[in-house]
Write a protein that binds this ligand. Structure first.
Ligand code: PLP
Length: 404
């Protein structure tokens, strides 16, 4: 009789987003005349920029002719995209990353989940708390996290690094030494960032203890402040300790198209073995390439027109972020994030629990958000709002919150 991977049975279930959806549906059913505004959206809402649409049309037409038709893409991505990424995201920022250290994929969610394949199950992971849930759940599926302690909402074999008001929502170096450290800046859910010198400390630490940093820079395009690094490779020594994950989802609206990439420098080794060679083997065996037309669309993001148009979209979302942040401050809330990220992290008033505030906000303002406790124990008492809605809805939602 076959046996299943019973690590899956230990998973607590995706309580957060299914409960948000259930509660929202129940409210709408009971109050059909009320317009609920979703500031809980983690997805973009602006249509694809014209430069991207043009590249899609052009490459679709190429597929109709034998001379320009493309079948399987190269395992690691088309050279035209990898060299464009190397030039624009790395060389132009002074980062020493070459095109053949870039692995094109269908997005950062799958890469952040799959990267665990190349590490031993004995490795100990450290994550920020609150955290993007994929990092922990995928390690749990591999059996790397121990047992789930429901009363604490924690796994027994994970190092949680609390990101609290006291540290400006940045993690501190852990007391116990991890093997794999997940960092995500700008951060989902808190919207926080760290400076280049703070990130340098992490790189120095990882090199000292022999840990690898998995650096998720999916929100890099939202950075507006000068001392916030766009890539971990801006730090000295990162080539020997860091993997970087990037996505086209939030900078260019590819959540439905699907495109991302992972950078693994050739200097990142365990003994004589490069992680680059392991990921190349994994990628080539289990992934059959992002579609040609999507890779051409990705290339167009870096064209002059593509850069200008996607910048405008980000500015649109960040205008919403400002409306949310300033409005909440005026209403007396304690708020952070929203400057280098499309996420606003607020402290619930009067020590309300995250879920009590969720109900209160839905009931009184008919606004949906996401309870912070769903992202980890240190998220309790916090709440996430996002800037991905329309400007009009965002303004209306904040007016309603002010009137609560
Ligand atoms: N990483 C973080 C921190 C995210 O918040 C998200 C999506 O919300 C992703 C990765 C997923 O990116 P992709 O759409 O490229 O899979």
């Amino acid at each position: 009789m076959f046996k299943i991977n019973d690590n899956y049975l230990k998973l607590p279930g995706s309580y957060l987003f299914s409960t948000v959806a259930k509660k929202a549906a129940a409210f709408t059913a009971a109050n059909p005349d009320k317009k609920v505004i979703k500031l809980s959206i983690g997805d973009v809402t602006q249509p694809l920029a014209p430069a991207i649409i043009d590249a899609l049309h052009k490459s679709v037409d190429e597929m109709a002719h034998a001379e320009t038709f493309r079948g399987y893409a190269p395992d690691l991505g088309y050279e035209f995209l990898r060299s464009t990424i190397a030039e624009n995201d790395y060389k132009s920022r002074g980062c020493d990353i070459s095109a053949d250290e870039i692995f094109v994929s269908d997005g950062a969610k799958s890469d952040s989940g799959n990267i665990g394949d190349i590490f031993s199950v004995d490795n100990k992971i450290a994550v920020c708390d609150p955290v993007y849930p994929v990092y922990v759940d995928t390690n749990a599926m591999s059996g790397r996290t121990g047992d789930y302690l429901a009363d604490q909402q924690k796994w027994s074999n994970v190092i949680y690094m609390p990101c609290t008001e006291a540290t400006d929502f940045a993690p501190e170096l852990p007391k116990e030494t991890p093997d794999i450290i997940y960092l995500c800046f700008p951060n989902n859910p808190t919207g926080s960032t760290i400076t280049k010198s703070q990130l340098q400390e992490w790189v120095d630490y990882a090199n000292k203890v022999g840990a690898v940093i998995i650096y998720d820079a999916a929100y890099e395009a939202y950075i507006s402040e000068d001392d916030v690094p766009h890539s971990i490779y801006e730090c000295e020594g990162a080539r020997t300790c860091a993997i970087e994950l990037r996505s086209f989802s939030k900078n260019a609206g590819f959540t439905g198209l699907r495109l991302g990439f992972t950078v693994i420098p050739r200097d990142l080794k365990s003994g004589e073995t490069t992680l680059h060679s392991l990921w190349a083997r994994r990628h080539g065996t289990k992934f059959n390439g992002a579609p040609y037309i999507v890779q051409r669309a990705g290339e167009a993001v870096y064209s002059e027109a593509g850069k200008n148009q996607t910048k405008e979209q980000i500015a649109y979302y960040m205008k919403n972020a400002k409306v949310i942040k300033e409005g909440l401050k005026e209403a007396g809330y304690s708020v952070s994030g929203g400057v280098n990220a499309p996420y606003i992290w607020l402290k619930t008033p009067d020590n309300m629990s995250s879920w009590d505030f969720f109900d209160y906000l839905l009931e009184k303002a008919n606004v949906l958000g996401t309870p912070g406790s769903g992202f980890g124990p240190s998220g309790e008492g916090y709440f996430r709002l996002t800037a991905f809605g329309s400007y009009e809805n965002t303004v209306e939602a904040i007016e309603r919150i002010k009137r609560m």
